[in-house]
Design a protein around this ligand. Structure first.
Ligand code: ZN
Ligand code: ZN
Length: 151
């Protein structure tokens, strides 16, 4: 998780490297953003970003997207999604059209791993009592191994 100072610096850096323009307003995190990656505030020209997306590899793309709104609005050009200016500039800087879905990045889930005395592995979402079950492959008892990440 990055700090707001790091966020501010990152937005400035992306703005210079991809747009060749300086970002002169404020970038901050907003915890209330749930499904969107970020937003541009027309009144203040500030940008807000979803803190839960800041660790994603797509986060730079989210910053680019919001900077497209920002720079076009300041330049008095078409800054909305439907505008040609927006589509062209977004394509030029290769920004994300939409925020990535959070569920896609949370593919990993936790499972309980058991192994019988002949090393047959079994993964279960819930724990079970090893006294009550036997391995279907060999009929031996299970040992509880622990919690593992599974794709
Ligand atoms: Zn947008
Ligand atoms: Zn077995």
């Amino acid at each position: 998780m990055m700090t707001e100072i790091e966020l501010q610096n990152l937005v400035k850096q992306v703005s210079i490297s991809y747009f060749n323009l300086t970002f002169q307003h404020k970038a901050s995190f907003n915890r209330r953003l749930k499904t969107t990656g970020g937003r541009y505030l027309l009144q203040t020209h500030n940008l807000e970003f979803n803190p839960s997306m800041s660790d994603l590899p797509e986060f730079i793309g989210i910053i680019k997207h919001e900077l497209v709104h920002y720079h076009l609005h300041i330049a008095n050009k078409g800054y909305q999604h439907r505008d040609l200016d927006f589509k062209q500039l977004l394509q030029r800087v290769a920004g994300l059209r939409y925020a990535p879905k959070l569920s896609d990045s949370k593919k990993h889930y936790r499972l309980w791993l058991y192994r019988c005395q002949n090393q047959h592995s079994v993964y279960r979402q819930r724990r079970f009592n090893t006294a009550n079950y036997r391995c279907v492959k060999c009929g031996e008892r299970f040992n509880f191994i622990g919690q593992v990440n599974h794709e």
